[in-house]
Design a protein around this ligand. Sequence first.
Ligand code: ARG
Length: 294
Amino acid sequence: MIYTTKDRSLDLQALPVLPPANTVLMARPTYFDVEYVINPHMEGQIGNVDQSLAMNQWQAMHDTLVSLGVQVEVLDGVEGLPDMVFCANQSLPFLNQDGEPHAVMSQMHSHHRTEEVSHIAQWHEARGVATVALPQDGDFEGMGDALWHPGRRLLWGGHGYRTDLTMYEAISSLVEAPVVALELVDPSFYHLDTCFCLLNETTVMIYPEAFTEDGRELIHSVFEQVLEIGHEDAMDRFALNAFCPNGRDVLIQKGSVDTISALHNAGFVTHEFDTSEFIKSGGSVFCMKLQTWA
Ligand code: ARG
């Protein structure tokens, strides 16, 4: 079932509990670069990536996740697939109602990224996770746009740039959970994970202008606490592409001063990193990893 921005009747407490994901995948940025332009952040950045800096930035994020007790698995990058480091995008892991781990495989909007999907599918399958194909043509970019509500069987689904709204009916039946569809209206915030950051069951951070008025109202109707973040942190520092693995610690681009103080006021602990090289490609912390259950 799909909730759209017209519905205000979503009762979180009535939804089944979703156990927390127990594993995080990261893809090594050996072949990371900006080689084409498929989002506004990549404009003017072709050839501008400092690869050894990128590797150090990736390693720092990896080591922090490990130090927080997160089980991190690493997949090698593949030559010719410079965006594979953004391993949130090629699939949507889920647990079925019987608690068995699966992954819906993405159908990338850009042909430049299509080949990444089979590498991520092989990784899932090698770990005994069944992969599922979508039953129809159209775009779907995995956990770039489709985000699990912490602790509940509810999916938040962004659409408009990289994912087609028409895909969510099929996704909802495959993952056996309702989807709240949120339309994205600013091309700089082309994935839901660039403007909507789930922190715990009752708290979300958003960049309000990336949504419609209806979308904003719907978000406010579900969450007790909505931290609204300003344009500079959202746009220049990808502050909404932060990652909270445990409801307490938040990994975030360094220098996101306003966002970090909002997080501290709300009781979160922040861990700052520089992801400057990845921001040149239109991504930061959240999309450099995939959370899964196996
Ligand atoms: N260059 C990549 C693209 O445009 C960046 C993806 C970042 N991923 C994300 N979920 N925000 O597809």
